[in-house]
Structures are given as structure tokens and as C-alpha cells.
Design a protein around this ligand. Structure first.
Ligand SMILES: Nc1ccn([C@@H]2O[C@H](COP(=O)(O)OP(=O)(O)OP(=O)(O)O)[C@@H](O)[C@H]2O)c(=O)n1
Ligand SMILES: C[C@](O)(CO)[C@H](O)COP(=O)(O)O
Length: 225
């Protein structure tokens, strides 16, 4: 079975507010994106890796690969204006008709290899596998009338990546006009009327978004070693 992973890193990292986009910042001396690509490569070197970054960063990425002696084989594809467009560009670059594709945020370098492996396993059976984790805090729903209501926490999950799919199905799903609620790939898949299959993610698999996340990332790295 053909396997690919699209690592999306086409964003600008505005919430991080750093001069260099967050996907290229170093954690423990290695850029975030290189750590993410390594997880997939170490798990299975036969997974075809597609890295989506802004076209304006192609030269920067080449320089970084040289500087860090990064040798994990991957194809570089230009990102789009939104995450949806970046994923679509990644999907368009895959020429196979059949297979499985994991879509993963480049800024989630702490994904457990076991979660990636499970996502491919389950997507082969169910057509999709989306990593989620339970909530630790209580939650409330806000209304336009400035009220709030208790919600049953047990019925909610936080959604992570990888989100892994049958290539044929996810290509069909992305062949639509982008909608506002397409905040991830599961919502695009679901828009076809298909159910997504959930799998357990790992809590350390944070999406590096703000400066505090970089501090937590350093902590996670030290804990790993
Ligand atoms: N046009 C875009 C926008 C986002 N992403 C990717 O989608 C993932 C999740 O997005 P997010 O954390 O929001 O990243 P940014 O858009 O870079 O951050 P911000 O919203 O703070 O600008 C990131 O790996 C990001 O690079 C992408 O590939 N293409
Ligand atoms: C795909 C995602 O990481 C799943 O949690 C999330 O939806 C991305 O959201 P963002 O607003 O693009 O950071």
C-alpha cells in the first residue's frame, strides 16, 4: 500500500510573533520542521514525505537543510493562502490513484510515532483516522446574549493531527470550494457526508502557536532525553 505524509508548514506564524516563522525556529538546536519530518522518516522510511512551505521560503529551507545536514528525503511544494489551500497543493502533488495519506501540521513535532502508525493502520480499515485527546478542563458554551451554559465534557475531544485518509477519498473531499468551517482535514472529509474515525492522540502533541509553547517544547524535549 502506498503511504504518504503531507507536512503542512505554509503559514506565517503571526501568533508567535517571531522574525523567523515558527516552523523554522530551533528546539534543542534543531528546527521544528526537521524534528517533525524525522518522526515520520524514523517510523517508516518508505512513507513519501511532502513538505508544504511558502514559495518565498524555498531558498531559506534549502539553506537550513545544508546548514543542519538534513538528509531526510522529501518533496517541497508551495503553500497556499490558507491551510486548506496548502493541503490541497500537497494532495495535488501526489500522483497515485490509491493509497493512504497522513496530513500533519509541521508545527507538531511531538507527535508520538505510535500515533502515526495507528493512524495509517486505522485509515486502511475505516478510510480515515483522526487523532484526538480528551479535555481536562470543564467547558461552557457562550451565546450571543452574553450567557453561558454548562456542556457535558465527556462528549467533546480536542482535535490534533495526524489526520490520515484514503488518498482517493480525501482528494475527492478537497475538490470543493473552501468553506469557513474547514479548520482541519476532518471537516473537509465530513462535508462529503462521511463519518470520521477517531483515534487516541498523545497529549504532548501540541501545536506550537505562541511563545509560551516554545518554552513548553523545550521542557518536553528535556523530558524525552
Ligand atoms: N496558509 C497556511 C496556513 C497554515 N498552514 C499550516 O497549518 C498548520 C497550523 O496552522 P497555524 O498553527 O495556525 O499556523 P500559522 O498559520 O503559521 O499561525 P498563525 O495563525 O499564528 O499565523 C501550521 O503548520 C501552518 O504552517 C499552512 O500550511 N498554510
Ligand atoms: C489542524 C488543527 O491543528 C487541528 O487542531 C487546527 O485546526 C489548526 O488550526 P489553526 O487555526 O490553523 O491553527
Amino acid at each position: 500500500m502506498n503511504k504518504a505524509a503531507i507536512i503542512v508548514a505554509g503559514g506565517r506564524g503571526t501568533r508567535m510573533g517571531s522574525p523567523i516563522p515558527k516552523q523554522y525556529l530551533e528546539i534543542g538546536g534543531t528546527p521544528v520542521l526537521m524534528r517533525t519530518l524525522e518522526v515520520f522518516y524514523q517510523l517508516d522510511s518508505a512513507i513519501s514525505l511532502v513538505l508544504v512551505i511558502p514559495e518565498t521560503d524555498f531558498a531559506l529551507w534549502e539553506e537550513l537543510c545544508e546548514k543542519f545536514g538534513f538528509e531526510v528525503p522529501h518533496e517541497v511544494v508551495a503553500g497556499g493562502k490558507s491551510r486548506f489551500q496548502s493541503v490541497k497543493n500537497g494532495l495535488d502533488s501526489l500522483q497515485w490513484e490509491e493509497g493512504l495519506v497522513a496530513i500533519h501540521d509541521g508545527v507538531r513535532p511531538f507527535v508520538a510515532p505510535e500515533v502515526v502508525a495507528l493512524s495509517f493502520e486505522k485509515a486502511e480499515v475505516h478510510g480515515s483516522a483522526v487523532a484526538v485527546v480528551p479535555l481536562k478542563d470543564s467547558i461552557r458554551k457562550l451565546t450571543d446574549e452574553n450567557k453561558s451554559f454548562y456542556q457535558e465534557r465527556q462528549y467533546f475531544r480536542l482535535v490534533q493531527t495526524p489526520q490520515t485518509f484514503s488518498l482517493k477519498m480525501i482528494k475527492q473531499a478537497f475538490d470543493v470550494t473552501e468553506l469557513h468551517h474547514f479548520t482541519d482535514d476532518a471537516t473537509v472529509f465530513e462535508h462529503q457526508g462521511w463519518q470520521v474515525h477517531l483515534i487516541a492522540g498523545n497529549p504532548e502533541n501540541i501545536k506550537i502557536t505562541t511563545p509560551e509553547d516554545m518554552e513548553y517544547a523545550q521542557f518536553l524535549l528535556q523530558r524525552q532525553s
